[in-house]
Design a protein around this ligand. Structure first.
Ligand code: NAI
Length: 282
């Protein structure tokens, strides 16, 4: 199957970024979300990103306009029937994702690949919610999608070889570097990154140092481009907590216990950049 039309589900920070890179790689894109206001927010963030690229001379005005023209928005999931590939980027909750994949299994074209951008949830379990688990695969983009080269590709137990090959080739057509990893909680990226972020939060919680000092140590001492707490705010503290919970439940090991301060911030609605407050104020 030749992939031409891609439906992206969820127009938050990841979905909008995925829709943008797909449209910039000449695919026709349908961006889907639950409410018009969410779609508008996603579409506007794509416009803003493209405007920045235009101002930096990386794309022409014509490229910007044509990219936007390739993206339509949708509130109707049955639009999946006309897509060759669906990439899901909704909230990191298993029940939400499995309910969505059951619907997609029914509504999408039989040949379509159903990919999930989950950061940590088992692909095999998401796939098992469908009647065709062989067409379900993990396609884990990094944030911000237009900037970051890596895409982790994760097969579920039943994923067909051709589904893997087409997904890997799609990542390359999006000018990304696909790396295949196995289906374990957090895959590779978040299994290693999130415990480090959680430890940085414990370091604040135990009064060892301020967020600014911790981030400075990690930037200057370890050559990280961004400190772990600034990165946590960027990812979203709600998403960080959900990933830690997945690691803890998946491995059954207390070393993945989310820091109480992370829980407290999420309860307070301090989710990082997206709410204007996290470890820093925005
Ligand atoms: P977000 O909160 O910015 O966006 C999620 C979007 O999904 C919202 O617009 C919401 O309205 C929509 N949504 C929720 N349920 C839906 C449904 N049933 N149908 C359609 N739309 C629905 O979240 P974000 O950060 O974009 O994360 C999305 C996914 O990407 C999660 O699985 C997350 O783990 C993963 N991810 C996140 C990264 C990050 O740095 N934030 C990095 C890589 C993956």
């Amino acid at each position: 199957m030749d992939i031409q039309k891609i439906m992206v589900i969820g127009s938050g920070q990841m979905g909008a970024g995925i829709a943008q890179v797909c449209a910039q790689a000449n695919f026709t894109v349908i961006l889907h979300d639950l409410k018009e206001e969410f779609l508008n927010r996603g579409y506007q963030s794509i416009e803003k990103q493209l405007q920045k690229q235009l101002e930096k001379g990386r794309i022409s005005r014509q490229e910007k306009d044509e990219t936007l023209q390739r993206i339509t928005t949708s509130l109707d999931l049955s639009n999946a029937s006309s897509s060759d590939m669906v990439i899901e980027a909704v909230v990191e909750k298993m029940d939400v994702k499995t309910a969505l994949f059951q619907e997609l299994d029914r509504l999408a074209n039989e040949q379509a690949i159903l990919a999930t951008n989950t950061s940590s949830l088992p692909i095999t379990e998401i796939a098992a919610a469908t009647k065709q688990p062989e067409r379900v695969i993990g396609m884990h983009f990094m944030n911000p999608v237009p900037v970051m080269a890596l895409v982790e590709i994760i097969r579920g137990l039943a994923t067909a070889d051709e589904v893997y090959e087409q997904t890997r080739d799609l990542a390359k057509r999006l000018k990304k570097v696909p790396v295949e990893v196995n289906d374990f909680p957090g895959f590779v990226s978040n299994r290693i990154l999130m415990p480090m972020i959680n430890e940085a939060i414990y370091t604040v919680y135990e009064g060892v140092a301020s967020p600014e000092a911790i981030d400075e140590v990690m930037k200057l001492g370890m050559n990280h481009p961004m400190g772990p707490l600034a990165l946590a705010d960027f990812i979203g503290l709600d998403t960080c907590l959900l990933i830690m919970e997945t690691l803890q439940a998946g491995f059954g090991d207390d070393k993945y216990r989310p820091c109480p301060l992370l829980r407290k911030y999420v309860k307070a609605g301090w989710l990082g950049r997206k709410t204007g407050r996290g470890f820093y104020s925005y």
